[in-house]
Design a protein around this ligand. Structure first.
Ligand code: NAI
Length: 215
């Protein structure tokens, strides 16, 4: 069913479908048509059908999709039935905020360890996880089946730390440092730049103001 290569644009939309379907499921909704889902999510019904056709269409029969089935299938495609252990490198403001976010566990992402180079932070606690010194990072990654490292350190050290993680078997990096990482094929990197999202907002504010000034 998933033999063909799925575009990253489609993959990027799957979490949003998953989130909406999870909410519908929690509200007890059993079936939903692409038209209803389209109105709810403010995307076209044809976009939804096209996206779902990448995975065989999810068997829409009669009236709409089975919400529970669709939720489970999209979760499975996203690999969410597998648990992924993660560590956070950088126990500053951002690292701690992410470590304190409990919902990652609900999705199967398990917070296992936190590391920092600042001796004053070693031993401090984030949700029961003690901050460890960087010298322990490699061994910890090897011995605790760690899949994902979250990098919340300055860009000056992110490349070197990423190399050390890769050498010790990390499979993916969620990179908040403002630098592009050069990792071997097979290591997944997802860069997150919150300010990109803000700049998009700024663009849309400007566009809206220009449009409304025309009236
Ligand atoms: P922060 O200064 O509060 O925390 C950074 C932590 O990293 C400190 O505890 C520091 O001791 C530690 N650190 C520095 N070098 C290290 C190394 N080589 N190994 C291990 N630990 C090291 O900063 P904050 O606000 O938590 O931000 C962290 C980084 O993330 C910053 O570089 C910032 O530019 C970036 N950032 C990125 C965002 C994004 O959307 N991508 C949003 C906010 C911050």
């Amino acid at each position: 069913m998933e033999a063909k290569e799925i575009s990253q644009a489609v993959v990027g939309r799957l979490p949003r479908y998953f989130r909406y379907l999870g909410e519908l499921k929690d509200e007890g909704v059993e079936r939903i048509s692409s038209q209803e889902l389209s109105e709810l999510m403010k995307v076209t019904a044809s976009q939804i059908r096209q996206d779902f056709n990448n995975f065989g269409g999810f068997g829409q029969q009669g009236y709409g999709y089975n919400v529970e089935f669709l939720y489970k299938e999209i979760g499975r495609i996203l690999g969410l039935e597998n648990k992924h252990n993660f560590i956070i490198i950088g126990a500053g403001n951002l690292g701690r905020a992410l470590g304190n976010y409990m919902n990652f566990e609900r999705r199967g992402f398990i917070f296992k360890g936190m590391f920092d180079k600042n001796p004053e932070l070693i031993g401090s606690d984030v949700r029961g996880i003690k901050v460890m010194p960087m010298e322990e990072m490699e061994r910890f990654v090897r011995e605790n089946d760690i899949d994902i490292a979250i990098l919340t350190i300055p860009k000056t050290s992110a490349v070197e730390v990423a190399d050390r993680l890769v050498q010790n078997g990390i499979r993916a990096i969620w990179n908040f440092a403002h630098v592009d990482l050069n990792v071997p094929d097979g290591i997944q990197v997802e860069n997150v730049h919150l300010s990109d999202s803000l700049m998009k907002l700024s663009y849309n504010i400007n566009r809206y103001m220009k449009e409304s000034n025309k009236d």
